[in-house]
Ligand binder design. Sequence first.
Ligand code: DOR
Ligand code: ZN
Length: 363
Amino acid sequence: MTEESDFNLETDSAGTQRVIIRQPDDWHVHLRDGEMLKAVADFTARQFSRAIVMPNLAAPVTTMDAATAYRERILAAVSSEHRFQPLMTCYLTDSISPDEVEQGFSSGIFTACKLYPANATTNSSHGVTDIKNIYPVLRAMERIKMPLLVHGEVTDSEIDIFDREAVFIDRILQHVVTDFPELKIVFEHITTADAVQFVDNAPDNIAATITPHHLEFSRNAMFEGGIRPHYYCLPVVKRETHRLALRKAATSGSSKFFLGTDSAPHVVETKETSCGCAGLFNAPFAMESYAKTFDEEGALDKLEAFASENGPRFYELPLNEKRIILEKSEVEVPEIISAENSGVVPFHAGRKLGWTFAGFHND
Ligand code: DOR
Ligand code: ZN
């Protein structure tokens, strides 16, 4: 097979449309730990070859030892039929040492570092309180070409929650890009037209991931007929104009945008409560959801670049050789999926999707 995109839309003898693409990777996922890890890991591993695993465990992954042990737990949780490769990340704190980060990267333990502004989201209380505190680490990362993955929201409670991403660009991100012109940055799970424009106008070392849910619904969905906790995530979904900008970016063919589900499972009791957790569990039907969006946009020919090519090229990793089949046939999403003696409500729960992940293609 060539390195070129070999988009392949076929119709089988029964008249069903199929798209065959290189196996995708998930460049942003929360696999959790313990019983939750065991319950969710295979959903990611059955569709994706590799995944960038977020380090925001209750005890954040800040050392090579912690990442090595976590990786082992992930591999033990995944069924042996999947040849899944977790790519580990290092959680940046105010006091993290540049040596730990550099050694972790050069030894292949860490693939990237994750910047959580302190208290921006789930398990981020150990995050960075002032970007200047990690400037020595960023200097080292720039030198060794280690990607920085950014949760791009300011945490100032005075700033309207719907503006926190745009304000982060002005106050923090644009300065980091100027101060570290060679630093590879992934602006994670972007949610606004402002972020799309920023990434589009930035040099090639700046890219972004886009989730299936930010492509699928706008903030109205959180309030349709009542408060809908399963549509709540961070950064929070924005108004419709932003969703349309994200759909345009994802399906544009630009190599700066790639797949990152941000699948973030929480048991139902911690979502349906007076102060619910942020996060959508989209891993079980991730490729089905992206295929739906790309089909609606008439851009199925751009799905492979977004899902399977732009990410590895940015991370300077080889493209996957296996191919997957996406079939235009209905699949029903369950209301709930068992986990931790309870359940997690998946994205699209109780609905039918028009695309199905139909396994691997044998050439
Ligand atoms: O909605 C979210 N959930 N956003 C994040 O940034 C973190 C994630 C989680 O870990 O639950
Ligand atoms: Zn995340």
